[in-house]
Design a protein around this ligand. Structure first.
Ligand code: RIB
Length: 304
């Protein structure tokens, strides 16, 4: 089978990761246990996930003219990802994410830097690349106007878009209508639909607003979506020894994109994506734990 062609449009960051036993309170200073730095950014992570799972990947994004930018480009190149369309922006620094890992969970602050230099005109100039893609994968760590332009262009070219709406903002209805699949978590789902915070709704009611088009990720709980026959589906999470959940959502998105581009059903793709993201949390760092295709297949066989 020919490899599916996936174009990832998104952020590229260096992750500065601090591991700590406890979270400091406001105004408190504590000692952490370990500091490490990794290549990351939701865009770059999703590109790596797609490549390891068997896609031909083109990355569109921006880095600064600095050591971190070169480190990110080298890392993507080593995965066989096409980086020709990653812009190196002079006089700006590469995006940085400060990540605190505590108690199998994380908190992330992103300083976008060069990521905010990816403009709609950059996307328009890459029309041919998008036209040749089986899928476009987007997140929201680049300017929102650029996300909008990419969705519009992909639609005009009849290329399906998966939008991972993180960090979440309320999205205009016409944009939601142009997206093939959205992959929010429960918290992001309520924000992107712009629902009244006071009005309590279940995730089933939220997914109902965009049936077959929302796949809600639930961390260790797995994923939730509505099938074509109108049934609410839950693909349960897999039990693994979690070390760092950073990048689990990115692995999920990459895996979903690869399987759907290969023609799998939504149910098959979600099952595969849940397994891939479970494996990704067993190592520290967003990209370090991302599995290969063979590893996911072996893991699924062992689980079965
Ligand atoms: O999804 C995880 C990613 O979010 C990290 O790699 C960090 O860079 C932020 O973009």
């Amino acid at each position: 089978m020919a490899k599916p062609k996936i174009t990832v449009i998104g952020s590229m960051n260096i992750d500065m990761v601090t591991e700590t036993e406890i979270m400091p309170n406001q105004g408190e200073t504590i000692f952490g246990s370990v500091f490490s730095s990794f290549t990351g950014g939701k865009g770059a992570n999703q590109a790596v996930a797609c490549a390891r799972l068997g896609a031909e990947v083109t990355m569109i994004g921006c880095v600064g003219e600095d050591h971190f930018g070169k480190q990110l480009l080298d890392a993507l190149k080593a995965e066989g990802i096409d980086i020709v369309n990653v812009k190196t922006v002079p006089h700006n620094s590469t995006g940085i994410a400060t990540i605190t890992v505590c108690d199998n969970d994380n908190r992330i602050i992103v300083i976008p830097g060069a990521n905010h230099n990816l403009y709609p005109e950059d996307i328009m100039s890459l029309k041919e690349i998008i036209a040749e893609s089986d899928m476009v994968l987007l997140q929201q760590e680049i300017p929102f106007v650029t996300v909008q332009a990419a969705i519009k262009l992909a639609n005009e070219l009849s290329v399906p878009v998966i939008l991972n709406p993180a960090p979440a903002i309320k999205l205009p209805r016409e944009l939601l209508d142009q997206v093939y699949i959205m992959t929010p978590n429960e918290y992001e789902l309520a924000i992107l639909l712009g629902l009244d915070e006071k009005q309590e709704r279940t995730y089933e009611q939220l997914i109902e607003l965009y049936p077959q088009r929302i796949v809600m990720t639930g961390g260790s709980k797995g994923a939730f979506y509505k099938s074509l026959d109108g049934e609410m589906k839950h693909e349960p999470g897999k039990k693994v020894e979690a070390v760092d959940t950073t990048g689990a959502g990115d692995t999920f998105n990459g895996a979903l994109a690869v399987k759907l581009s290969e023609g799998s059903t939504l149910a098959e793709a979600v099952k595969f994506a849940v397994a891939a993201s479970a494996l990704s949390v067993t190592k520290l760092g967003a990209q370090s734990g991302m599995p290969s295709r063979a590893e996911v297949v072996r893991f699924m066989e062992a689980q079965a």
